[in-house]
Ligand binder design. Structure first.
Ligand SMILES: Cc1cc2nc3c(=O)[nH]c(=O)nc-3n(C[C@H](O)[C@H](O)[C@H](O)COP(=O)(O)O)c2cc1C
Ligand SMILES: [Fe+2]
Ligand SMILES: [Fe+2]
Length: 393
């Protein structure tokens, strides 16, 4: 693997194939990488590190390029422990190394790791000459923590963008976008975007605007592929996802205990298709919410089906709604349906929650017990109605 990204700039990161849940929440079937970079001028800087349990492997990778004791600067773009976890070990190995971070990260360094000596806060737009290499620091607050910054190496045009432009999926024997079929990675990048940074789309768009003025040749994020073939592509993807427009298609997510709501889901999906609009049907009890968020992010139409449970929404759908509210997904055209046993309540609640999120609710179809032919016809009509709105924008 060619780890020299540009002359004097080396990837020294690691693949994590052992963590089941990123942040204790998000499944990682294909793993994830923690990208760390060594910038070697007359002085040596390490940009971000890795999760604590991979510290030794990071040090081994650094040692292949320089003696870790030679590191002069530990640049902390982001305090989340998947990138800062190796700091305690690095500080022991590189005794003289100064930690560079935003002012907002200073108290966090003290409270996360007890690091309060040899720390320098860098101002937004400030520069550091390494001798032959030059770093610039740009604060990008809330992409996705308040203390986050990006670092730009000016002589080689490499932007170390941290979590911005990152994605899930370990690096399988490659590092660069021009070595893979990028389309095959996009789903995992979108899952990362929607799950991790999705909540902060405005700061993402602001950061993209801010960094657009730089002469960027390579985008080197802290997770996933390094973009040297077509760095514009990942910027376009992030910008599009941040705008949340969604394709003119429908995501139908339902839950069902005994099959009544599921039977209705089939009818609703048929209705969507009858209008010539593609629809993806997902069972919220079986598909992890991480994927449901991603699929809802992709499409303009969102149809939710839930039976009534303890007077409210069947829990898997309740969880999806709560997550989409957290992630602040906007601009969806919505239909709601579901079965109830005696009094109901789920469908009305689905609709009012959707309304609270600013989504446009265009139809509801609640029914008692098993769906009758009339119920199924109403379900099909609900699907058609959502599809028409989606198609006509
Ligand atoms: C644990 C539990 C709680 C329920 N709570 C309610 C309720 O509060 N109100 C209601 O009308 N029906 C309630 N039901 C009945 C279901 O909504 C009803 O059986 C419905 O047809 C289930 O649809 P499904 O086959 O799609 O799961 C409850 C069912 C279960 C198993
Ligand atoms: Fe992060
Ligand atoms: Fe991260």
């Amino acid at each position: 693997m060619d780890c020299e990204v540009r002359p004097g700039i080396h990837w020294v990161g690691v693949n994590d194939r052992a963590t089941d849940l990123f942040e204790g929440l998000w499944p990682l079937p294909g793993g994830v990488s923690y990208n760390s970079y060594l910038v070697v001028g007359e002085k040596v800087a390490l940009i971000d590190s890795v999760k604590a349990q991979f510290s030794e492997e990071l040090v081994e990778n650094i040692s292949r390029v320089v003696d870790p004791g030679r590191i002069d600067f530990l640049v902390v773009n982001h305090m989340e422990p998947d990138h800062s976890g190796a700091l305690p070990l690095l500080r022991r190995l590189a005794r003289g190394a100064e930690v560079l971070c935003t002012p907002a990260a200073v108290p966090m360094l003290a409270r996360f790791y007890g690091i309060d000596q040899g720390v320098r806060a860098v101002e937004d737009g400030s520069e550091l000459d390494l001798g032959g290499k030059r770093l610039q620091f740009y604060h990008i607050p809330f992409v996705h923590w308040p203390e986050t910054m990006a670092t730009f190496e000016e002589t080689q045009g490499v932007l170390f963008s941290c979590d911005a432009f990152g994605g899930f999926q370990a690096l399988d024997g490659v590092l660069y976008d021009d070595q893979v079929d990028v389309a095959a990675y996009e789903d995992e990048i979108l899952r990362y975007f929607s799950n991790i940074v999705g909540m902060h789309t405005r700061p993402v768009l602001r950061a993209i605007e801010r960094l657009a003025g730089l002469q960027v040749r390579v985008i080197a994020p802290s997770h996933g592929l390094i973009w040297r073939g077509n760095p514009g592509h990942i910027v376009d993807l992030y910008a599009r996802w941040a705008r949340m427009e969604g394709r003119a298609e429908v995501t139908l997510v339902y839950g069902s205990m005994y099959g009544h709501t599921r039977r209705m889901a089939e009818a609703v999906a048929r209705g969507v298709r009858k209008e010539g609009v593609p629809v993806l049907v997902l069972d919220a009890s079986r598909v992890h919410v991480s994927y449901l968020i991603r699929e809802a992010w992709k499409r303009k139409g969102l149809i939710l089906g839930a039976p009534t449970y303890d007077g409210g929404i069947f829990p898997p759908l309740e969880q999806l709604l709560r997550m989409l509210q957290r992630k602040r997904l906007k601009g969806r055209v919505v239909g709601c349906f579901g079965s109830y046993g005696w009094h109901g309540g789920a469908v009305g609640r689905l609709a009012s929650r959707a309304g609270e999120l600013g989504w446009k609710v265009v139809g509801e179809a609640g029914f008692q017990g098993a769906p009758t032919p009339e119920d199924l016809a109403a379900g099909e009509e609900l699907g058609r109605e959502v599809a028409r709105h989606v198609r006509e924008g």
